[in-house]
Design a protein around this ligand. Structure first.
Ligand code: ZN
Length: 472
């Protein structure tokens, strides 16, 4: 086997990292020198795929595919890359615009966007006005590759690049796409490191100017433990530092992205990036139906990461995450995913429902501590949709319809379909939603009561009755 440390790619990655002088990068270089990371090439990709698998089914073209390189042939565009569970790189021919606007035009347009948007400056100055000033200072330097500044600017929406897209931003044109976000720019000054991040959907990133070094790690049990050690103990004693993670994470792939190249990052891939020179990328996230079960199973990872956020953004982000997850669940249950038969997916969701429910519950009760109204509405809607999917799959109207979650049979007795869906929905709400949510709400109420001290008006004996929302 060829020693990856002797490869040209490896030497190039090391040369890029050597330019940067931070603690994170010195740990990355040390790990590279120790042979912990492999360059992102065919061999490494094959190992990743065999060890960690592909998240989604194989595309038909894979059957006769002898080219397993990271640069797929032309006909293998974005859709092909998204269908794989490994990081994929597309060449300049896959650029989503006829041509890339000049850095000057881009800078001027992005500075204009600052009038309407609060910039996501990292690190923030702590003051929104100062953040805008610092963002404008960075945007004025887009043409200077050696510009070293203290701040990076992430997720900056850009109307210019969205309007010029060759392919419209539409989920209806693609198979199995649940949602696709607008393009937004990430700008990193020379020497900047982007912290390790974990997303539950595909990330697409096109580099406009660069280069940018990427480190990508699969979410193995070991890597998850390392990441959680860092995330859940942030700010506490005995935690591991961000830099230390680069010594501990396993099976990492290193890659230098050049301007014009598109990197497709699969869901649940730990990702860090380094800019040796000022770099600008444009990207978005694409949510596929095929990744939904995995998202539901791992939704608690978002809770852990989210708990570290600023109070100001924490609930907004949590509400957005939960809203999207439940919205996507409804789309799947109604079998309304574009060009995709979601019915087998509903089966997979009901198979893991009992395990996912405590996680849904935790997020739901965090968002709605007094959720009587919301609980009733959302539970009924989900119950109706789940019941609809189960009843529709029933072979005829004489046999009993089993609940896919617990197997309990609901007697059909030649009732009309909507009557059956109502009965099945009622069972789902009572057994598979309220049974899980009610104890969580009780627990939350108990904790709140402890926080505010005993209620003097509360009777000493007898427990408060939990108000239940009627099903009908
Ligand atoms: Zn059931």
């Amino acid at each position: 086997m060829i020693d990856s440390r002797k490869s040209t790619t490896f030497a190039n990655i090391r040369a890029e990292l050597d330019v940067c002088d931070t603690r994170d990068v010195s740990h990355m270089v040390k790990a590279l020198d120790n042979g912990y990371y492999k360059p992102l090439n065919n061999a490494a990709r094959k190992i990743w795929e065999s060890k960690y698998g592909s998240l989604s089914e194989e595309t038909p073209s894979d059957k006769n595919d002898t080219n397993v390189g990271v640069r797929p042939p032309k006909e293998h565009g974005l859709a092909y890359g998204l269908a794989r569970g490994v990081p994929i790189v597309l060449g300049i021919e896959e650029l989503p615009w006829p041509r890339v606007p000049s850095l000057q035009t881009l800078g001027t347009n992005l500075i204009k966007e600052l009038d309407n948007n609060e910039p996501n400056l990292v690190p923030s100055t702590g003051d929104p006005d100062d953040d805008k000033v610092a963002a404008a200072a960075l945007l004025a330097k887009l043409g200077d590759p050696d510009f070293k500044g203290p701040h990076s600017l992430f997720s900056m929406e850009c109307a210019l690049l969205n309007d010029a897209r060759v392919r419209p931003c539409s989920t209806s044109a693609w198979e199995g796409v649940l949602r696709e976000t607008n393009y937004a720019c990430d700008i990193m000054p020379a020497g900047a490191v982007r912290e390790l991040d974990l997303e539950d959907v595909h990330q697409v990133s096109v580099l406009i100017s660069g280069p940018r070094v990427w480190l990508l790690f699969p979410l193995s049990n070991h890597n998850l433990r390392v990441f959680m050690k860092y995330v859940s103990r942030k700010g506490k004693k005995n935690r591991i530092s961000h830099a230390m993670m680069f010594d501990l994470l396993q099976d990492g792939l290193a890659f230098i992205q050049q301007p014009g190249e598109t990197l497709i990052i699969p869901p649940f891939c730990l990702t860090a990036s380094v800019s040796s020179k000022l770099s600008i990328s444009v990207g978005n996230s694409v949510t596929l139906a095929t990744g939904f079960v995995h998202r539901l199973q791992n939704m608690d990872l978002f809770m852990t990461q989210n708990a570290l956020q600023d109070e100001k953004v924490r609930f907004v982000e949590l509400a957005a995450f939960y809203g999207e997850l439940m919205g996507d669940l409804s789309t799947i249950l109604e079998n309304k995913v574009s060009k995709y038969d979601a019915r087998p997916l509903v089966r997979s969701i009901t198979d893991i429902w009992s395990k996912a429910m405590p996680k849904i519950c935790k997020m739901f009760t965090t968002l709605y501590p007094k959720p009587e109204t919301a609980k009733g509405m959302q539970a009924r809607e989900l119950g109706r949709l789940l019941a609809g999917a189960m009843a529709e799959a029933a072979p005829n109207h004489r046999d009993d319809v089993p609940c896919w979650i617990c197997g309990v049979a609901i007697k059909w007795n030649r009732r009309p379909v909507d009557h059956m869906i109502h009965r099945l929905g009622k069972h789902i709400v009572e057994s598979h939603w309220e049974a899980a949510v009610s104890p969580a709400i009780m627990e939350l109420k108990r904790k709140t009561a402890e926080d505010v001290g005993p209620d003097p008006n509360r009777r000493r004996s007898g427990r408060k009755r939990v108000k239940r929302t009627a099903i009908e």
